[in-house]
Design a protein around this ligand. Sequence first.
Ligand SMILES: Nc1ncnc2c1ncn2[C@@H]1O[C@H](COP(=O)(O)OP(=O)(O)OP(=O)(O)O)[C@@H](O)[C@H]1O
Ligand SMILES: [Mg+2]
Length: 246
Amino acid sequence: MGLILEVNNLTKKFGGLTAVNDVNFEVERGEMLGLIGPNGAGKTTLFHLISGFEKPNSGSVFFDGVDITGKKPYQIVNQGMARTFQLVKSFRYLSLLDNIAVACLSPRGKEAFGSTGIDEAASSILSSVGLVDKARLPPVILPHGDLRKLEIGKALGTNPEMLLLDEPFSGLAHEEKEGITKLIKRLSDEGVTIFLTGHVLRELMTLVPRVIAMHQGRLIAEGPPEEVANNKIVLEAYLGRGGRFA
Ligand SMILES: Nc1ncnc2c1ncn2[C@@H]1O[C@H](COP(=O)(O)OP(=O)(O)OP(=O)(O)O)[C@@H](O)[C@H]1O
Ligand SMILES: [Mg+2]
């Protein structure tokens, strides 16, 4: 086992606003960790800092024992960490198969799938995220739930050791949430380390054994979901901002 991710004193300021404020936490290899917090807590900014989309003002991030602070997103992906976006991003007019194939052509993708054939690998990933029957369609005509699955599929094309999922349930209908939950559970069972965010703790409750909670850039609680859900400071953070909690 051992640690796969170490975040040390990470801070990010946007002008006068400290979006991520002296954040420290660790993730064990193979763990599934949830990050909760009301709107504007700093969850996405924290993901951006870890995955190289933003540079921190101070602090450090170690992945697999290597200092990745300030590295570019593609360098971090090449080391085995992939992420999805809260605001779904895909090649809108390429087929779903080609969207995944592009990811499979990354260095780690080629290493893992090159001998199988990129199209076969992309097709198998599409099948694992439940989209194989739509392989030839472009994302532009698909419903939101399918786009979220495609996001995860694209990340899997880079054969990651660790996946960061930013609000994988947001905007989904109940059945779609169940589908994504099953998919995340399966990936976790296969050994992928997962770090995911959510506004609504209920969505993460059945999935993750441990959560960390963030408010106004700071980590305010850590522990099993039931414990964090009843933490006074966490409750105040949500209710004070008018957020939904469970
Ligand atoms: N590029 C930016 N420039 C200036 N301010 C930013 C920028 N990105 C984020 N912020 C601010 O930083 C704070 C944290 O935003 P962030 O998107 O990280 O929160 P979040 O927890 O992901 O929220 P949500 O639950 O709505 O997704 C917010 O006040 C936001 O307005
Ligand atoms: Mg966010």
